[in-house]
Design a binder for this molecule. Structure first.
Ligand code: ZN
Ligand code: ZN
Length: 254
């Protein structure tokens, strides 16, 4: 894979290894651009699956030091994967800007500032939750601050209203097009047989001519050097006539 912008580290409590191990795996796999996007620290929220606010300076400093050390061998970027939670978002942006964060990808793992404690990839037949997911992702895209949408199809809708599902996903696709934001085919979901990437989502994305990008969502270094799942992801997208973009211009958050 030429570029990957979706990489985690040990700090989020559910990924392994430090940055150097990810960088070495990426280089071994022939990668030329590697973006770190660990689960963002979120002021006002202390979820188990993200680093703490106090860890932000060390995270960004570490990635920047390695970017300089590896210059000429691989291009490295320091970003985060973040949910869009309006009540905490301006505080988040202050924190990220203070720390020199280069880019954000939007990964809506929970709804409503995590007061709704159900992971969006857990089965839900609730039409209202489905609508809120689309509302929040659309609003997040409309901030113009996200480089791309990670697993836009993470919401695991098991309700009976298929037309509603498609209409809500179409809103996300159309918002992405308005803002010229690519949508990610998530290699972790594919590898693990999760609900995403979701065929019915990508049928809609194809109808809307959305831009697409592959994301390793690496929680282990070896996932950065794994041609099998890259190939699977390309085959998955090809079914819908979609070719992923090899690089994505980072949206500066400053
Ligand atoms: Zn994760
Ligand atoms: Zn991720």
């Amino acid at each position: 894979m030429f570029a990957n912008y979706h990489t985690h580290t040990w700090r989020c409590n559910h990924a392994e290894s430090d940055e150097r191990a990810y960088i070495e795996a990426a280089i071994a796999g022939g990668m030329k651009i590697l973006g770190f996007s660990d689960h963002t620290p979120y002021p006002g929220l202390a979820s188990w699956f993200r680093m703490e606010v106090g860890q932000a300076p060390e995270y960004f400093q570490t990635v920047r030091a390695l970017r300089d050390e590896y210059a000429g061998r691989i291009e490295i970027h320091a970003g985060v994967e973040a949910e869009y939670y309006p009540a905490h978002f301006s505080e988040l942006m202050d924190l990220l800007r203070q720390n020199g964060c280069e880019y954000m990808i939007l990964g809506q793992h929970y709804l409503d500032s995590e007061t709704d404690s159900l992971y969006t990839a857990n089965a839900s037949a609730d039409d209202g939750r489905l609508r809120r997911y689309a509302d929040e992702v659309e609003e997040g895209i409309e901030t113009g601050l996200f480089t791309y949408v990670a697993h836009p199809d993470v919401f695991h809708y098991t309700g009976t209203d298929e037309a509603l599902y498609r209409a809500q996903m179409r809103r996300i696709c159309q918002a992405a097009n308005r803002r010229n934001v690519p949508l990610e085919v998530n290699l972790l979901g594919l590898r693990m047989g999760r609900c995403y990437p979701a065929r019915r989502f990508w049928e809609v994305a194809a109808e809307e001519n959305c831009r697409a990008v592959l994301g390793c969502d690496a929680h282990y270094p070896r996932y950065l050097n794994d041609p099998k799942w890259e190939e699977e992801a390309r085959r998955f997208l090809a079914q819908f006539g979609i070719t992923p973009e090899e690089t994505v211009p980072l949206v500066a958050i400053g």
